[in-house]
Ligand binder design. Structure first.
Ligand code: NAD
Length: 499
């Protein structure tokens, strides 16, 4: 890629450059070099993209389920064969290491595979003779054009949480990628074209708040799936529901892992390193607070440090363990949280602030950082940091650990490490968090379940993908029918009773 590369919108199976004349630089975080310019849509550009999705809807809705699913299978085959290309794009714009980017694509493919089973999921129920000579059945119908607004941290997987199911169900789609890593969605658009998806079914709208606001208020858009930070999720939920749309807005997180004294400490330490520093902590399911219960804290901290110190930070395309942060500004903000934690009394056991990478001095580097003796008032604990900073909070009892988690405004993911089945079962029952791991640090549900947090981590009633995704992207219709029935009862102004 060159600095002159333009990353445009996509409509009707073709590039659409738009007319705003506005763009923003896209940077490779491992080198600090600008690799492209992403178009920033004007309101008119956004309307052009939305209109394309609206125009394509009736024909796609009326395309048979069988034909829709054949296109989905073709998309799955292409994606599976070429997953490495997409992973390389993710690494080049996001910075996560290639193996992690491959994992992201794999989890996205799982949703495509789930959506290939949509015929079974769209089948309604049928009751013959629900009343005498009257049958009742229900069907699920597509909504119309739907918007998918994605964050920077999963530029391929998060759109794939939604669009396979939306498209399989007969909707048309406008994806609004993050302006920080916009190329993955365009690559997937080309793949859809190759798979034979008709014009206008899958569209990409590049841009910032202007593009988002048009999606939230334009009457043609019937539903919005948003993933991003909590303040923007709240704004999206408020604005789009006020415009009469169906909305699921997934927000930020502060995920805790509880390590009970009877846990396998090696498993727990491995898990804390993987979940704390994978993707440089830029995952909504990253563990950022490790709650050490009772006397194991010293041993646990020692085991985490030993492992984390061996992590090689560097260019994700060059065999490193952990890549850079997304921007210089974000890197500095994360570093400032470490400064604040230290100033407030946390012990910096492992310090990533001065990590450098030879030959890539302009990358946005911050090494794995472990803070011990973190307390709930510290900003490093209260805020979502979204970087490779793991805080150890020491408590004496399970009840204290549970109280910490349940008092937290977020409720995305959590985990408990223990060998006590009773304690684990109690935790699963008592914890106020949407996704729970038992000896599993990043409990992202499989595609045939659904993904969603509680409290400030999700606004709306429906979780992403899985059965709830099918529910979100369809609406129910119940039909009551009677044919050639001589016993219909003649004139009767009373409310119909079943008999
Ligand atoms: P973000 O909220 O800054 O941006 C998300 C999207 O909203 C982007 O497409 C962006 O262009 C748009 N946007 C940003 N500011 C806007 C504004 N003022 N008005 C309208 N639209 C706006 O989030 P991010 O930094 O890209 O992603 C990181 C955040 O996403 C973290 O908080 C993380 O926890 C969260 N996240 C949550 C989940 C989840 O499943 N709950 C998954 C991934 C990421």
């Amino acid at each position: 890629m060159t600095t002159s590369q333009t990353i445009s919108h996509w409509i009707n199976n073709d590039v659409f450059t738009g007319s705003s004349g506005q763009s923003a630089p896209v940077t490779n975080p491992a080198t600090g070099q600008v690799t492209g310019q992403v178009a920033l849509a004007s309101v008119e550009d956004a309307q052009t993209v939305i209109n394309a999705a609206a125009a394509a809807f009736p024909a796609w809705r009326d395309t048979s389920i069988t034909k829709r699913v054949q296109t989905l299978f073709a998309f799955r085959e292409l994606l599976n064969a070429r997953r490495g290309e997409l992973a390389a794009i993710i690494t080049a714009e996001h910075g996560k290491v290639l193996s992690d980017a491959m994992g992201e694509v794999a989890r996205g493919i799982e949703v495509v595979e789930f959506a290939c089973g949509i015929p079974h999921l769209l089948k309604g129920g049928y009751a013959e003779n629900a009343s005498t000579n009257v049958d009742v059945y229900n069907i699920r119908q597509a909504l119309g054009p739907v918007a998918i607004i994605a964050p920077f941290n999963f530029p391929a997987m998060v759109p794939m949480w939604f669009f396979p199911i939306a498209i399989a169900a007969g909707n048309t789609v406008v994806v609004k990628p993050s302006e920080k890593d916009p190329s993955s969605s365009l690559w997937m658009a080309e793949l859809w074209k190759e798979a034979g998806l008709p014009d206008g079914v899958f569209n990409v709208l590049q841009g910032d708040k202007t593009a988002v606001d048009e999606l939230l208020t334009n009457p043609a858009i019937k539903a919005v799936s948003f993933v991003g930070s909590t303040p923007i999720a709240q704004y999206v939920y408020r604005t789009a529901t006020a415009s009469g749309k169906r909305v699921q807005a997934l927000g930020g997180a502060k995920n805790h892992a509880v390590i009970l004294p009877d846990a396998d400490l090696d498993l727990a330490a491995d898990s804390m390193v993987n979940a704390g520093f994978g993707s440089a902590g830029e995952r909504c399911m990253a563990i950022s607070a490790c709650v050490a219960v009772g006397p194991i804290a010293d041993d646990l901290v020692a085991k985490i440090v030993e492992r984390a110190a061996a992590i090689k930070t560097g260019d994700g395309a060059k065999g490193s363990d952990m890549g850079p942060l997304i921007t210089k500004v974000h890197r500095d903000k994360v570093a400032s949280y470490i400064d604040a934690g230290e100033a407030e009394g946390a012990k910096v056991v492992l310090d990533g602030r001065n990590v450098t990478v030879e030959g890539a001095e302009n990358g946005f580097w911050l090494g794995p950082t472990l803070l011990d003796n973190v307390t709930p008032e510290m900003s490093v604990y209260t805020d979502e940091i979204f970087g490779p900073v793991l805080s150890v909070v020491r408590v004496e009892t399970y009840d204290e650990a549970l109280e910490l988690i349940n008092n937290n405004p977020y409720g995305n993911g959590t985990a408990i490490f223990t060998n006590d089945g009773g304690a684990a079962r109690r935790f699963q029952n008592e914890v106020e968090v949407g996704m729970v791991g038992i000896n599993v640090p990043i409990p992202v549900p499989m595609a045939f379940f659904s993904f969603g947090g509680w409290k400030a981590s999700l606004f709306g009633d429906t979780h992403a993908y899985g059965p709830e995704g099918v529910q979100f992207f369809t609406r129910a219709k119940a039909v009551t029918q009677r044919w050639a029935d001589p016993s219909h009862g003649g004139i009767n102004l009373g409310f119909p009773e079943n008999n």
